[in-house]
Design a protein around this ligand. Structure first.
Ligand code: UDX
Length: 469
């Protein structure tokens, strides 16, 4: 009874304030609390609000919550800010810092706190356990379904459910479902709303059915499984994508040695539907918060299970090698890097984001600086974030300014604005003529016509820049 009173009094996006509970495309609107308003949490909260659920985003960070209330998103993700504002204005989304208030009214509590990588290659679950304990305390005798969105090592959700139920103080069991996310940064909201599949894992049939109902308006299959199976699907998906990328990057090494265009090879093999064209763009390799971390975690999980993975360490070695080769090739072309000016175009781990987690640019800047190079850089969105890590780099307001006086120009992230850029003007502003296209954006002939010496990513022999982790 007490819980009901708390629900109707306090919930910031109470459907009853709308006069009636509306239904969107056969969807029964539910009350959802999302713990953690970082990348995954905010997209999840906004996505569910957009389809008609009532969502409260919860975060310990008061300044983040204040920003969100004002309709400002603390990172760059196309279209997200508008949707955050729209859903708040329509009364479907609110942001608070008070756990008791947020949990009391919720039927579902999504845990979307970050699980950053430990030095040992495994995710650090401190934030997750902290959130679970705080939710448990705040819920008192209310029992929302706990939905685990954070990426967690296989076995974690079972342990989390056991923890909640071991210490259950009123005898009412907790239901837990793991619901991994497959968002692609730069198109996250669209990826959430038009996902290929929803994966749910639990040992509780009722909770699985309830969780599935959140996605009633989605036009995609729902894969329901045991906890560990659902957790494994997440890791295996990202490790597969990483493997596909290292495959094409390994082929790219070969192509460059043979003078073959890897883009044509990728198209030629990708048209086979068994292979598919996506994730076949060769370049300086993959980065981001998921692919590298999840592949490394899989190596560790296999080791803990008594298996030594042969494939995934190789996938990571190929990826590291692509970064190292950029520096090797520049060193070779410029006869040493000491005092040489290198201009980097693109710093984010991929276009349409300001995220620099595990970005190739980070390793490459570190290696260039260690060799005494002078680095100038431009990224449409990520200058400030990289600036916090490397204050000695000169960050420029536009691409052509970044080229001024450079000995070499390197493209690391394929932002669309680089595709049609005036390369002749770039060359005029530089003192050197070296260009390394780390994402295969331009045709070699186009680069050469602009007056550049085209540098490919063929491995130098022997490789002189191993990346030590
Ligand atoms: C990834 C997964 O795709 C997503 O399902 C998961 O939930 C989170 O991790 P994201 O990190 O946003 O998403 O990036 P993604 O689009 O997968 O790209 C990862 C990296 O691979 C980027 O550095 C990108 O530049 C690189 N990449 C991608 C390529 O080099 N070539 C390609 O063809 C595709």
């Amino acid at each position: 009874m007490r819980v009901r009173e708390r629900q109707s009094e306090a919930w910031p996006v109470d459907p009853s304030r709308h006069g009636q509970v509306e239904s969107t495309g056969g969807l029964r609107p539910r009350r959802i609390c999302v713990v953690g308003c970082g990348y995954v949490g905010l997209v999840t909260a906004t996505g569910f609000a957009s389809v008609g659920h009532y969502v409260v985003g919860l975060d310990n960070d008061q300044s983040r919550i204040q920003m969100l209330r004002e309709g400002r998103v603390p990172f760059f993700e196309p279209g997200l800010e508008e949707k955050v504002r729209e859903n708040q204005a329509e009364g479907h989304l609110a942001f608070i810092t008070d756990y008791e208030e947020a949990i009391a009214g919720a039927e579902f509590v999504f845990l979307a706190v970050n699980t950053p990588e430990h030095g040992d290659g495994c995710p650090n679950l401190t934030n997750l356990w902290q959130a679970v304990l705080t939710v448990r305390k705040a819920a008192r005798d209310h029992r929302p379904i706990i939905m685990v969105k954070s990426t967690v090592p296989i076995g974690t959700t079972q342990a989390l459910a056991s923890l909640l139920n071991t210490v259950s103080d009123n005898g009412t069991p907790w239901s837990v479902v793991v619901n991994p996310e497959f968002l692609s940064e730069g198109q996250a909201l669209n990826a959430f709303l038009h996902c290929d599949r929803v994966v749910l894992g639990s040992n509780d049939e009722r909770a699985l059915r309830e969780a599935a109902s959140l996605y009633d308006s989605f036009d995609c299959p729902i894969v329901s499984a045991e906890f560990a199976t659902a957790e494994t699907i997440k890791y295996a998906s990202n490790a597969f994508l990483a493997t596909k990328l290292s495959f094409i990057n390994e082929i790219a090494f070969l192509c460059e040695s043979l003078g073959v265009d890897v883009r044509e090879v990728a198209r030629g093999i990708g048209l086979d539907p068994r292979i598919g064209l996506s994730f076949l763009k060769a370049g300086v390799g993959f980065g981001g918060s998921c692919l590298p971390k999840d592949t490394r975690t899989l190596v560790n999980l296999a080791r803990e299970a008594g298996e030594e993975s042969t494939l995934f360490p190789a996938v990571m070695r190929v990826n590291d090698r692509r970064r190292a080769v950029v520096v090797d090739r520049l060193r070779q072309a410029l006869s040493g890097l000491e005092g040489r000016v290198v201009c980097l175009w693109g710093l984010a781990f991929k276009p349409n984001t300001d995220d620099i987690r595990d970005a190739p640019s980070i390793d490459i800047i570190r290696l260039l600086l260690a060799d005494g190079a002078i680095v100038r850089a431009y990224d449409p969105m990520a200058n400030a974030r990289v600036g916090a890590l490397f204050p000695q780099v000169t960050y420029c307001p536009d691409a052509l300014t970044a080229c001024e006086g450079a000995d070499a120009l390197v493209l690391l992230t394929e932002w669309q604005e680089f595709e049609g850029i005036d390369l002749q003007e770039a060359r005029r502003r530089m003192q050197g003529d070296v260009l390394l296209d780390g994402r295969y954006v331009w045709q070699r002939s186009h680069v050469e016509t602009a007056g550049f010496r085209y540098l490919n990513l063929a491995p130098a022999q022997p490789i002189r820049t191993p990346i030590h982790r």
